[in-house]
Write a protein that binds this ligand. Sequence first.
Ligand code: SF4
Length: 449
Amino acid sequence: MDFESSTHFSHSRLETHKECPRRYLHRYVRKDKRERRTAETFLGGCVHRALEELYGQLQHGRVMPQAEVLKAFAGHWEEGWADAIEIHDKRISPKEFKGVGEECLRTYYEAHAPFDDGRAHEVEKKLSLPLAVDVDGEAGEYVIDGFIDRLSFPRGEPDLIEIHDYKTGAHLPTQPEVDGLSQFDVYDLLVRARYPGVKRVGVFLHFLRFGRTLRPSRDPSADRTGKTLEFLASCIKDVKRDRVWEPRFSHLCDWCEYRDVCPRWAHGEKVKTLTHEARLKDGGVRLVDELAALEEKKKKLKEELKDLDREEAEVRDALLEFASELGVSAVSGTAGEAVISEKEECKFPTKTHSPEKLEELEGILKEMSIWKDVSHVDPHLLLQGLRERRWDPGALQAVSALIESFVHFVKEKHLRLRRKKGEAEPDCLKVSVGRYKPRRGLAHPRRYP
Ligand code: SF4
């Protein structure tokens, strides 16, 4: 069984586990290192290296001219660019990507030149912190590592350190998104541990494509060490306890380097490599296409049924009117007769129709001794309340204990068909196996070679 035996963790490593445990398994536990080289990550790497050189030379009192910074960037680009680097948006050429990098550096340089604000810098700084974590009674000694793009030390302010981080992505986050970045709490923790005299830690995120610097809106003097240590310990526990390594589908799957071994995408990735003819012969493709055709047929029949229901309602109305005009309670036809009867139906208030009335009725019934006879447990509401943490911690704990004692969980498979966007033919549809319960005796009704 796969389990995590490593003792070194970083924020990005722990974040990978939160985002998708299966990806973590492949990358860190099975150590199946695959670098998916994309134009975006390559661009980021080249820009980071050029800025590293700029600030590296500043440490020795030399300001690199802008042209030299751009030349350094171009050098890294020419040296590292390869045709195998993926470009997601085919409308953008490698040359245009290079241009984006140059523009990032130009804008940044112009905003910060002449770099004479009296700050000392340390670049690509690795900081580490030991952390003891008890995982289910087993004491462990771990190390938290962090790589910081740049640390700046403003002269005359020995109690202040600034963390600078460069971002070259095409997304400019909102302030709440910036505030939610736990990465900088970890950096803050590492900086305070490494420089004990520091009382204030400032964080600067440079979004180079936008020429914008954003800062988490928190007090630089606030020491969040306790909370961050708790957060890291809980992340380490999650990783150490994991034996399932569940694949977690998200938009990040588009960038994942393990799609060919991921249960969610492996078949689709395999099918992609086949010729059209071979694809149509694939057992999975045939079953999915058959399912799609059946769903389509059902959809058409449902539409026809709806039309028939509408027609039937019209005929019924006409018959009621006919009978009422004649003053009869049965109308004869050649195929049978329509018999009309009248009965009273109870319409109670519901949550969707008259919720206030329902509440009022419940309130009155609760006061009466019969409440226990007419109320019932709603499992759906209990689970929903628990999931959404609707009640106070005591009640949540009690409900959780009740569910554990009285409820048993059964794993069922569901199957949902998702059509590929823009494909008219039901050829090779995406299938996600969710809940599908085969009927007894029909678990494998058909097999294809
Ligand atoms: S493809 Fe998606 S679900 Fe699969 S391992 Fe990668 S991130 Fe996880």
